[in-house]
Write a protein of this length. Structure first.
Length: 385
């Protein structure tokens, strides 16, 4: 084995800085389990209730008040579920609580290291492809590196700052989605009209008209007649540049296309209700319904319109749901008579989509940055003090 670089040493957990220690979790923290069952949860209870799930329930009791790291002892996701809390809470009888960290171990630093390394440890201790349950000694005997308390706090603070940014981005994305949904309901029904396109439904003191001024009622079959997709066996699939659109979206690309874009696609069988807009030429799969003949209407407007109809309500079948296009065609909708108004509405909603996509890309980039930071900080390639 190569000699560690100057200032580092070889330890039971690999190469670490010379001034760091290594110890078992049992020597630096207390390990216990709870005494509650899932049935003890209370909707809107006063305190967090940690069960064998990533979701946190509520309860009206608390058995602990302080800083702790929690992990599921069994169930789906064993070895992959972790929580950090500092406050009052209660726990399930098959959830492990690691607490009472003392002076040698920072709880937030431990949460980062433990959640990043525990699963690989327990996988090394089983011959199976998954872990059914966690025994106490799997936690107790796990060795962890111990930087100085100052360095532990610095590592934890850096990662917590990124988590705070991710939380802000998640909240902003959720808010933008709600705003877009509200805008769709208002603009696509004529309850709100864009400047220059007439009065909204219910505007002023007059009784609300059934149809907004400058709008008309049409059957969907006369607006966007849906067609059934085409078979494409996996054995015939050859990599290319044309998207193959299935019931749940684009899954791969083929060297041939069946219809010229732009088009709108929705699921015919399996996943129904999702609507996809495809700008370029594409291959609509047999599990989908598609339209490229928009009868003079704006393709993007039709895309958004189909998105608020709730196509899943037309699904039939007790097993795999199927969408009958004839049922969809018979459904009546209100649409602007003017393609200009349709395009204006589609532009507003497209701009909102672009904002959402930019925020989601920033969130994804921040998540990747966090993963890189964790890898560097928790393997000591970057030192903060």
């Amino acid at each position: 084995m190569n000699k560690p670089p100057v200032g580092y040493k070889l330890s039971e957990v690999g190469v670490i800085p010379e001034e760091w220690d290594v110890d078992s979790i049992v020597n630096v923290a207390a390990i216990t389990t709870g005494d509650k069952n899932t049935q003890d949860r209370i909707v809107d209870g006063d305190y967090p209730f940690f069960v064998r799930s990533q979701a946190v329930e509520r309860i009206n009791s608390y058995s602990f008040d302080g800083e702790a790291v929690l992990t599921a002892g069994d169930g789906v996701g064993t070895g992959k579920i972790f929580h950090y809390i500092n406050g009052k809470f209660d726990i399930h009888q098959r959830v492990y609580k690691i607490s009472n960290f003392g002076d040698r171990l920072n709880g937030s630093f431990f949460y980062r290291y433990f959640s990043n390394n525990f699963y690989s440890r327990i996988m090394q201790m089983t011959a199976k492809s998954s872990v059914d349950s966690v025994r106490r000694e799997m936690i107790a005997d796990m060795l962890i590196p111990l930087p100085s308390p100052e360095e532990q706090r610095a590592i934890a603070a850096a990662l917590s700052d990124v988590d705070a940014l991710l939380a802000i981005l998640d909240q902003l994305i959720a808010k933008k989605r709600d705003l877009k949904q509200a805008a769709m309901q208002q603009l696509l029904t004529g309850q709100t009209r864009l400047p220059g396109f007439g009065a909204a439904v219910g505007a002023g003191l007059k009784p609300a008209p059934t149809v907004p001024e400058g709008w008309e009622v049409k059957r969907l079959g006369d607006v966007c007649p849906l067609q059934r997709g085409f078979d494409l066996l996996t054995t015939r699939l050859r990599q290319g540049s044309y998207p193959v659109v299935y019931s749940n979206g684009v899954l791969n690309y083929h060297h041939e296309f069946m219809v010229k874009g732009p088009g709108v696609v929705t699921g015919r069988s399996g996943t129904i209700g999702n609507v996809h807009y495809v700008e370029k030429d594409f291959w609509p799969h047999n599990t989908s319904l598609w339209v490229t003949s928009f009868k003079g209407n704006s393709p993007k407007f039709i895309f958004y319109l189909l998105g608020i109809i709730g196509l899943e309500r037309f699904g039939t079948g007790s097993g795999v749901p199927t969408l009958n296009r004839n049922d969809v065609h018979a459904h009546s909708v209100r649409i602007p008579s003017s393609s200009a108004e349709q395009s204006a509405i589609a532009t507003v909603l497209s701009d909102m989509d672009a904002e959402l996509e930019a925020l989601q890309a920033r969130r994804d980039k921040t998540r990747a940055l966090k993963q890189g930071m964790m890898q560097e900080l928790l393997t000591w390639r970057i030192r903060l003090v």
